[in-house]
Design a protein around this ligand. Sequence first.
Ligand code: PRX
Length: 697
Amino acid sequence: RLGSQFVQPAYALAPSARASARCASVYTNRTVMCQAASVAAPETVPATYPNVTPHIADRAQYEQLYQRSVTDPDGFWGDMAEQFHWQRKWDDKHVSYNFDVRQGPISVEWYKGGVTNICYNALDRHVAAGNGDVPAFLWEGNDVGRDKTMTYAEVLDDVCRLANWLRSVGVQKGDAVAIYMPMLCELPIAMLACARIGAVHSVVFGGFSAEALAGRIEDCQARVLLTASGVMRANKKIDLKKIADDAVKLCAKNNFKVETCLVYDNANAMPRSECAFTPGRDVWWQDAVADFPTTAEVEWVDSEHPLFLLYTSGSTGKPKGVLHSTGGYMVYNATTTKYAFNLSPGDVYWCTADCGWITGHSYLTYGPLLNGATNVVFEGVPTYPDAGRCWEVVDKYKVKQFYTAPTAIRSLMRSGDSHVQKHKRDSLQILGTVGEPINPEAWRWYHDVVGDGRCPVVDTWWQTETGGHMILPLPNVWQQKPGSATLPFFGVVPVLLDEKGNELKGEAEGYLCIKNAWPSTLRTVYGDHERYETNYFKPFPGYYFTGDGAKRDADAYYWITGRVDDVINVSGHRIGTAEVESALVGHNHCAEAAVVGFEHPIKGQGIYAYVTLMEGVEYSEDIRKDLIKAVRNTIGAFAAPDVIHWAPGLPKTRSGKIMRRVLRKIAAKEEDQLGDVSTLADPGVVQQLVASRQAAL
Ligand code: PRX
């Protein structure tokens, strides 16, 4: 096992950030076998699906296109961009990038010389082609029976009104705008309105706390915040305006002023009469925006103009503002959407993600609209009012492509087949998954029960940073294997490296890196290009490092094994253990905290927190609740630890580094597989932790 040696000089930026947060953890990444590996033969699945006629005829055609995409990126991606409107065309040689820190700063440029606008391409282009009456959004509310349809022309009208309002409050090209909204049509509309005027949207998931929202607003200096009064999620009312108000107050404490808050009165969940209102700063959306004209000039931008920021968790420090730019993101996004879901204009497509995450950006807002599809926008949750809701909605709108996360599949699977089988689902053709490895059992259930064996399962591996799908089975183009994301998309060259950065050939397991730039490569970490280089390009010079481990089998299929850094994936939500630790040690009774992931039957991974209290403080149920509250308040409820383990001491080496490997094994109840613990300063700590695990709640 070689992976524990994976502490490379350039990657060891952690100590100062960690030390300042009084966190106990250090880099000792998950062990990865960097060597030849064989993968067990999977169960068989149908080779062909008679219902699905793919855009690409077969594997041979894929191979041919793939070869061109990697040997002639200028030509291949130039062809893919032709369908869009460009105010000025890109240069013949439009691709340039440097992925090697030894050769100078990391840089990526796509469609050099080109000038375009993604909002124009997502909306105006379809309206101009006579498709204004095609539904763009089929909005399905939290409560059964609340719904609304918006055509492409209607969405364009609303986007223009809002774009005009944004301009009226002084938002200019390049300014960041924060969006903290529930899943109303107004959320993607807000994103598109920003794009129309060249403003950079920064959407913050509605489950984040006031503190997390404030940190994101301050980081990108957003002077305008778009939010809503509140929202119902299943039976729970969420007071978004109150959280937004608290965030704005926190910003003010740090001398940053949010000048304008546009608040959508989501009266069904929380009427405006129930909300606090700050005159001079707050404006009701319905009052302020309605009277603006339904046309708004398009801001034509260079291909590399920033489109959006999306904050995501890493191994260290605070979340990073991943920046995506316009042209490359647009073309890559539209192309992946088309081929992954075998999408054609007018198809009714449903992605259950929230726009607060990258999936909601790429495969709810931009990708489907760029392809002229009809998008289901769902405000609720898959299990409300019962576990049949998704299939009821599929039948209601005749959904053809359905895209969700393994955690949702596992939770619906647990509720039993009858919820699925009482609905017809005969419109379904493609089933997609994203966000975490899908276990073969859940894959099987999705394929056999939800899809009745008629629909290929598209397991899409990608990341916030990649902007679009990277490894996935193109439906009905090649044979699937349950649990494998299979082969790379056009233009993507994945490699597996050993801990020294050598490329492994053939069947192997190693660190998953990407050798070349693809059009929607993240361009920087907002305001911190050095962190961008350190995180993604210094661990293995010459490559983009994904943070994931993977295996490659004899058919060259990729099997993602999960994160190899200190990031855990809870219900498809990416959480940095350092962030949770920082929240825990922020509690004044907590001396030290170390957080690891553990296998969870529904969430994929759960959060297991080892906590050492200050001298003289007794562990109690009240303190446990308080510690969980500290995490909820600092990050959000979705990051609350599942287990708090009171640890009188943590397993440290003589140099003071915590052996996280040991903590993971104890959390997994695998203390018989601890490996070498001879370098621990006090090996007795391990037995103490095993003994005290019973008390972990
Ligand atoms: O570990 C991989 C996992 O999710 C990480 C990216 O998380 P995020 O940036 O939040 O984006 C999630 C939506 C794209 C990856 O590093 N991951 C994502 N999709 C898969 C996956 N792991 C296995 N299989 C997948 N299909």
